[in-house]
Design a protein around this ligand. Structure first.
Ligand code: NAG
Length: 162
């Protein structure tokens, strides 16, 4: 298997190198998609300078069966997937359900690569009937925004039972 590092292509702020996900490994896991009235989910997270006029988004998973294990919040984008961003676009992910509600769960740069799939694991958690998260621009001073259309092929998922 050939691993392909895109850190040199993308900015140095990228938090993780991306590797083409082996198809068989993908199939071995179960995947839950965010709760939504429909797809795509149009995520749009932003703030103005001084962390004012913040527009946070929420993502919630309600379909992981009881007794599941190894819940892992992931971001996957196909090569060349369109993502609109400006300024300080790094996003903090806060737990918004359960006993740890309000705590920082992880940090993610929503970026795709022109040449390879990207997969980024935000963090893992004990599976629960409802797992909700708040997405918020991380910078405490700079303006920034990021937006993308989340489909069943691109965006945020919860994998489990791998
Ligand atoms: C997201 O935007 C697209 C294009 O405007 C629209 O078709 C879709 O219904 C929107 N998604 C939701 C969940 O509203």
């Amino acid at each position: 298997m050939q691993y392909f590092t895109i850190a040199t292509i993308l900015s140095s702020s990228l938090l993780a190198a991306a590797a083409p996900a082996p198809y068989l490994t993908q199939r071995a896991c179960s995947i839950a998609y965010p709760e939504s009235i429909g797809f795509p989910i149009n995520y749009s997270i932003s703030q103005e300078a001084g962390a004012t006029n913040k527009h946070d988004n929420f993502v919630s998973f309600n379909s992981v069966p009881a007794g599941s294990y190894g819940c892992q919040l992931e971001v996957n984008f196909p090569a060349g997937y369109p993502i609109t961003s400006s300024g300080a676009s790094r996003v903090n992910v806060y737990t918004a359900s359960g006993p740890n509600s309000g705590s920082l769960f992880g940090t993610v740069d929503f970026v795709s690569s022109p040449v390879a799939r990207t997969k980024f694991v935000i963090n893992s958690a004990q599976c629960a009937p409802t797992m909700s998260y708040r997405l918020s621009i991380a910078s405490e001073e700079l303006a920034g925004s990021v937006a993308f259309a989340d489909t069943k092929e691109a965006g945020i998922t919860m994998t489990y039972n791998c």
